[in-house]
Design a binder for this molecule. Structure first.
Ligand code: UD1
Ligand code: CA
Length: 419
């Protein structure tokens, strides 16, 4: 049986922010969500998250994930946080579960890596296992000190390291598996005699090793996976790495990304086969794009947007909370907010869906086959009937629905031709 414990009680001092570190967004999702998602495929019997700093906010951000919340009132260090988490583990018969402990600021670790760590832990019958990585630039991580025979004999924090220890390139990633009983036994043996005056989780590992308990290591090959987020600069770096990973996956699946360097697609976006994303495009979380669509350059698709197959969204177009039907074109300089656009519609250059009256947002419906002329302003709530036409520069006032097949022009728009 395995239980996961995520450490997320720290303030994130180095972020210089009122927002707790684990709530800082990374490609549309809070840091903590990325960590929860990497551990999810291991199907832990219980998911514990340790919170402290601004804990109500952290809790409120994850209402429905089946989390056991554990509170660490004062942040005395990672071992103390882990201890608070471990105390919240519900006893199951007389089992001694494997406890997977993850720092809450490691958003890029893949589930496959966690599985490999756990498999190795079980296979080698270790009491403790730690994930390590060889880094070109190991600064900021705890260094793994090994004996001549290769056993772990120390994990030394950057702040406690002397010059020669700093040269060690193998680092402690911040992900551990402990036998519950072993964690409890060796937690009692650690102290706070270190540069930060904290209870270090790494010391629990080292105490167990010194007492002759089997400590296994699993080395992750990919440096990118172990990126931690302590500062805003590291957050931006993690965002870049994750963005590249997401874009690579799209391309592998059969979606064209013309210029990955200038394309920003958040977590949780669906894009259909043979679609093509042009440069300088921003696509937010939850957006769905069908097959054979074209998006961009310079398009901005915000949350709640669904583009059906064959849609074409061109430059300087912003779409928010709207559906766009099959084969519909919104090619140039438009804002579509709270819209429902049918199939094979043409939205002319410069069209604005005026969805906000200063108090509330309203909906605009444009039915199949309609032709919205350049520079039209559609003041919501309003409906443009199927096959209807609005003339260039027309302003269709709220509640002045245009009937199917009618043609309207002018300011305010008047019907010049009835179907
Ligand atoms: C930690 C490790 C270090 C490792 C690095 C990489 C220790 C002592 N050091 O250092 O060896 O290389 O991670 O990821 O563990 N937290 C709490 N309560 C606390 C303190 C921290 O919940 O009292 C949480 C933080 O919110 C964070 C995580 O624990 O999510 C790690 O804390 P952080 O301060 O980032 O540790 P590092 O200094 O990076
Ligand atoms: Ca960290």
């Amino acid at each position: 049986m395995i239980v996961s414990v995520i450490l997320a009680a720290g303030k994130g001092t180095r972020m210089h922010s009122d927002l707790p570190k684990v709530l800082h967004p990374l490609l549309g999702a809070p840091l903590l969500e990325h960590v929860l998602d990497s551990a999810e495929p291991l199907s832990p019997a219980q998911k514990v998250v340790v919170i402290g700093h601004a804990r109500q906010h952290v809790q409120a951000a994850f209402p429905a994930r089946g989390i056991t919340w554990a509170v660490q009132d004062t942040q005395l260090g990672t071992a103390h946080a882990a201890h608070c988490g471990v105390e919240a583990i519900l006893p199951v018969r007389d089992e001694d579960p494997h406890v997977l402990i993850l720092n809450g600021d490691l958003p890029l670790v893949r589930p496959e890596t966690l599985k490999a760590l756990l498999d190795e832990h079980v296979r080698s019958e270790a009491k403790v296992s730690i994930l390590t990585c060889d880094l070109q630039a190991p600064a900021g991580y705890g260094r793994v000190v090994r004996s001549k025979e290769g056993f772990v004999v120390g994990i030394v924090e950057e702040k406690d390291a002397d010059a020669s220890t700093k040269l060690i390139q193998e680092v402690n990633v911040g992900i551990y598996v402990f036998r519950l009983s072993v964690f409890k036994e060796f937690y009692k043996r650690i102290g706070r005699e270190n540069a930060q005056g904290e209870l270090y989780l790494t010391d629990v590992v080292v105490q167990a090793a010194r007492a002759g308990r089997k400590v296994a290591t699993f080395k992750v090959a990919c440096e990118r996976e172990v990126a931690q987020v302590n500062s805003r600069a590291e957050l931006a770096r993690a965002s870049q790495l994750l963005r590249e990973r997401i874009l690579d996956n799209y391309m592998l699946e059969g979606i064209s990304i013309d210029d990955p360097a200038s394309t920003y697609i958040e977590k949780g976006v669906r894009i259909g086969l043979e679609s093509r994303i042009y440069p300088f495009t921003v696509i937010h979380r939850g957006v769905e794009i069908g097959e054979r669509c074209e998006v961009g350059p310079f398009a901005h698709l915000r949350s709640g947007t669904r583009i059906a197959d064959g849609g074409s969204i061109g430059n300087f177009v912003e779409i928010k909370n709207s559906t766009v039907g099959i084969g519909t074109k919104v090619r140039h300089l438009a804002y579509v907010g709270d819209g429902e656009i049918g199939a094979h519609v043409n939205i002319g250059a410069g069209t604005i869906f005026a969805n906000y009256d200063g108090k509330a947002k309203h909906k605009t419906v444009v039915k199949d086959g309609a032709f919205v002329g350049s520079g039209t302003v559609l003041v919501a709530p309003v409906t443009i009937g199927s096959g209807a036409v609005t003339g260039a520069g027309s302003v269709v006032l709220r509640n002045h629905d245009v009937a199917d097949g009618d043609v309207v022009v002018g300011v305010p728009a008047k019907t010049i031709k009835r179907n």
